[in-house]
Design a protein around this ligand. Sequence first.
Ligand code: LLP
Length: 421
Amino acid sequence: MSATPFAYDGGRLHAESSDLAAIAAEVGTPFYCYSSAAIETAYRSLESALTGLPAKIFYAVKANGNQAVIRTLAQLGAGADIVSEGELHRALAAGVPPDKILFAGVGKSDGEIVSALRADILQFNVESEPELRRLSQLAQDMGRTARAGLRINPDVDALTHAHISTGKADNKFGIDIASARELAGRAGDFPGVKLEALAVHIGSQLTDLSPYRDAFRRLCDLYGALRAQGVPLKRLDLGGGLGITYRNETPPDLGAYAAIVREETAGVEAELAFEPGRFLVGNAGVLVARVIYVKEAQGRRFVIIDAAMNDLVRPMLYDAWHDVIPVDQATDNAPWSPADLVGPVCETTDTFARDRELPPLKAGDLLAICSAGAYGSVMSSTYNGRLLTPEVMVRGGSHAVVRPRGSFADLIAQDRIPDWL
Ligand code: LLP
């Protein structure tokens, strides 16, 4: 495999050694395609950067919840970081043992807490006093003790997109340091809970390492202070957030990241947990779409493809850049020129890219929208009555449909028409 799992071979874009045009002919378009080798490479690189540390990796399932993806990571040894009961079921079904599951999120409902207690997961990351009280009560009602961590809001600016920044005091996430200190000192008020950990997650797509250092330092200071007060903490959850290259970003150097972890946790007696999502799967996936029409209007070239904002919403929601490349390598040196790459959904915002340099294109041509393995399929919807896009996983020259395209019969069968209509 080359450095990227998506490369041209004989003029055609391949995923590992699988021909994307051949998959398109079989599965139809649009479809997501994931490289299992790329996921494995990303996992191994993080694992090896963390060598020597008492570290465990919990894959943030929200990035890509397909069970084939979760299983790929589970087989490599990863646990799961979940944020809902649905993700709990996905992780368990994919083969993640409950004692490798962390449950994060500001709004866990009673039903979700009870299901996770029943499954006996490793740890609940609690984000408020009311949640801690509720968790304690529900666990007691079930005759259990919930293992918990307090998610700290360290008031650190992650220097990333505002929509995916979570560690500032005015974000909804976590508990401020003073309140956490106070809460941890009142463990007796929460008899159904065993407080074992402190957690932090300051944001996503971080490319600058300094916010990590600040956050880890504050977390470790608090950890030391609480241990000195006799709180029996044993785990630090350092969150996720490692950025990847979408365009020209320089992702954090893993060695430098691990060095910060080593420095900031030196002398701290704790197991370490990490919750990467995007880093493990983001560049392991592409969204393959077919050109439906090319329309020239008002001096602009609109390339209308069969994927839309309901399939991949990141460009519309975060102004995110995704590289777009032709599946058939442009070999004739025809000049590339600006185009607006748009989907069929009835909204102007259904635009993947504006003024993007693209080769000459015609109806039927295939394009790959890159870096779509994370927060792609999981954020999709059936808006405009569109079917959820299928997902394909590749291993070498073999591929498997890991989520088939739904059917229109299934889509409309979701609704119920009351008898009084
Ligand atoms: N842990 C917690 C508590 C999180 O909230 C998140 C992501 C992660 C771990 C994983 O972060 P990652 O390693 O993937 O950066 N939809 C947005 C990203 C939202 C991230 C939400 N939380 C996007 O498409 O950029």
